[in-house]
Design a protein around this ligand. Structure first.
Ligand code: PLP
Length: 403
C-alpha cells in the first residue's frame, strides 16, 4: 500500500456495514433485465400503488404557496399537530408537539434514536427475523446487536420470557416491528402487554416500536407498545407515510418519544439533514388528516394477494408457511431443499435458493439470512395478481426440479 492509498480509505464505520440484501438482489435482477431476461421482482419492500391524487395535489399547492424554505428542524408545527392527532385517533396515544420529531423517513427516525442513545459497547436486543437496517444502524453506533430468535413455530414472535432472558446490565434498547418486515407477524395486545410487563422492571431499556406497517394489518386493530402507561416513558413509537399511503419516495417518517429523546434526536438531525423536505411535510399533513379508510382499499388488495401466494405455496411440497396477518410479505421456511440439486445448481442454504430462483425461475426474492433467519426466504407480494400467479408458477416449477 502506498502512502497515498493508506491515507485515502473508507472509514471503519462504513466498512463494518453490510450492503442491503434487498438492494443487492434488486441490482442483480436489473443486471439480468438489462440482458433481456424477463425477471419478476418480489424482492422489494414498497407498495406497487401510486400515491393517492389528493396527496399529490396538496404537494403541488405547497410549491405554489412557496413552502420552499427551511423550517423547524423537528418539522412544521402544524405537521407535528397532525401527527399528535393521528396518534390519538388511531393509537390512543397522547403526545405533545414537542415530543414529535419528523424525519426523512422512518429509517432516519430509527437512526436518530439509535445514534442518540447508543454508546460503543451498549447492547441492543433485536428479535429475529428483523428488518436488516436495525442491525446495521446499531453497528454504525458501535452498539452490540443481541439477536433473539423466534422461529416459524412461534409465528416469528419472541416471548416475554425470551425478552427477559436477553436483558443484561449492558442492555440499553430493544427494536422490533409489528406488523413485521420480513415476516408479516403482528404482536397481539396480550403479547405486547407481556413484553411491557418485563420492560417496566428495566427502566434503563428503551424500546423502538416500529409501526410503519400499521395500516397493512388484516387482524383488525393495531396495537402499540406505548399504549401501556407503565412503559410509555420507555417507548419511542416510530411510524411514517411510506407504506400506508404509497409514499416511499417522498421520504417522511416521524416518532413520538419522551421529551429528552425527542430533544436529542432533533439536535442530531439539526446537524445531519436540518429536517425533512418542506413539500413532503405539507403533503404529509394531508395524508395524516385524511380518514384512515383511504388506506383500506390497498389493504384489502394486499389481503387477496397474500391468500393467493399462501394457497400456491401450500401446494408445494417442502415449503412451510405460517399465516402472516400484516405487512406484504410471506416468509416461508424452505430448509427442506437444502442439500438438493438441479443441473449445476446445488442449494446449500437460503442464499443459494434465492439465487437459484433468480437464475432458474427468473423470480427475485430475498434470502432470510439477511433478516437473521437462514431457513427462510422473503417473498414480497406487493405486485399484481397476474404477476404473482406467474411468479408462483415459475417458483413451483423450479422447486420441483430440485432433487
Ligand atoms: N421500518 C420497516 C420495518 C421497514 O420495512 C421500512 C421500509 O422498508 C422502514 C422502516 C422505512 O420506512 P421509510 O420509507 O419511512 O424510511
Amino acid at each position: 500500500m502506498t502512502e497515498l492509498t493508506a491515507r485515502i480509505h473508507i472509514a471503519d464505520r462504513i466498512n463494518r456495514l453490510e450492503e442491503s440484501a434487498t438492494i443487492a438482489m434488486a441490482r442483480k435482477s436489473r443486471e439480468l433485465v438489462a440482458k433481456g431476461i424477463d425477471i419478476i421482482s418480489l424482492s422489494l419492500g414498497e407498495p406497487d400503488f401510486n400515491t393517492p391524487d389528493f396527496i399529490k395535489e396538496s404537494a403541488k399547492r405547497a410549491i405554489e404557496n412557496n413552502y420552499t424554505k427551511y423550517m423547524a428542524v423537528n418539522g412544521y408545527e402544524d405537521l407535528r399537530e397532525a401527527v399528535c392527532n393521528k396518534f390519538l385517533r388511531d393509537n390512543n396515544l397522547v403526545y405533545s408537539t414537542d415530543q414529535i420529531v419528523v424525519s426523512t423517513g422512518a429509517k432516519q427516525s430509527i437512526a436518530n434514536v439509535v445514534m442518540s442513545l447508543i454508546d460503543p459497547g451498549d447492547e441492543v436486543i433485536v428479535p429475529a427475523p428483523y428488518w436488516v437496517t436495525y442491525v446495521e444502524i446499531i453497528k454504525m453506533a458501535g452498539g452490540i446487536p443481541v439477536i433473539v430468535r423466534a422461529g416459524i413455530d412461534s409465528d416469528f414472535k419472541i416471548t416475554a420470557e425470551q425478552f427477559k432472558n436477553a436483558i443484561t446490565e449492558k442492555s440499553r434498547m430493544m427494536i422490533f416491528s409489528s406488523p413485521c418486515n420480513p415476516t408479516g407477524s403482528v404482536y397481539s395486545e396480550l403479547e405486547l402487554r407481556e413484553l411491557a410487563a418485563v420492560l417496566k422492571h428495566h427502566e434503563g431499556v428503551i424500546v423502538i416500536s416500529d409501526e410503519i406497517y400499521e395500516h397493512i394489518n388484516f387482524t383488525g386493530k393495531h396495537h402499540s407498545l406505548a399504549q401501556f402507561p407503565e412503559v410509555k416513558e420507555q417507548v419511542v413509537t416510530v411510524n411514517g407515510v411510506s407504506k400506508a399511503f404509497a409514499m416511499t419516495g417522498w421520504r417522511l417518517g416521524y416518532m413520538g418519544a419522551p421529551n429528552w429523546i425527542a430533544e436529542a434526536c432533533t439536535k442530531m438531525q439539526g446537524q445531519f439533514t436540518s429536517g425533512a423536505c418542506s413539500i413532503t411535510q405539507r403533503a404529509a399533513i394531508t395524508a395524516l388528516e385524511a380518514d384512515p379508510s383511504v388506506t383500506r382499499s390497498m389493504r384489502d388488495e394486499f389481503l387477496k394477494r397474500r391468500d393467493l401466494v399462501l394457497e400456491r405455496l401450500s401446494n408445494i411440497e417442502g415449503v412451510k408457511t405460517n399465516t402472516p396477518p400484516g405487512a406484504f410479505y410471506v416468509f416461508p421456511d424452505i430448509s427442506s431443499y437444502f442439500g438438493k440439486s438441479a443441473g449445476n445448481h446445488t442449494v446449500k442454504n437460503a442464499s443459494d435458493l434465492s439465487l437459484y430462483l433468480l437464475e432458474q425461475a427468473n423470480v427475485a426474492v430475498v434470502t432470510g439470512t439477511a433478516f437473521g433467519d437462514p431457513d427462510c426466504i422473503r417473498i414480497s407480494y406487493a405486485a399484481s395478481e397476474i404477476l404473482l400467479t406467474e411468479a408462483m408458477n415459475r417458483i413451483e416449477r423450479a422447486l420441483n426440479q430440485l432433487v
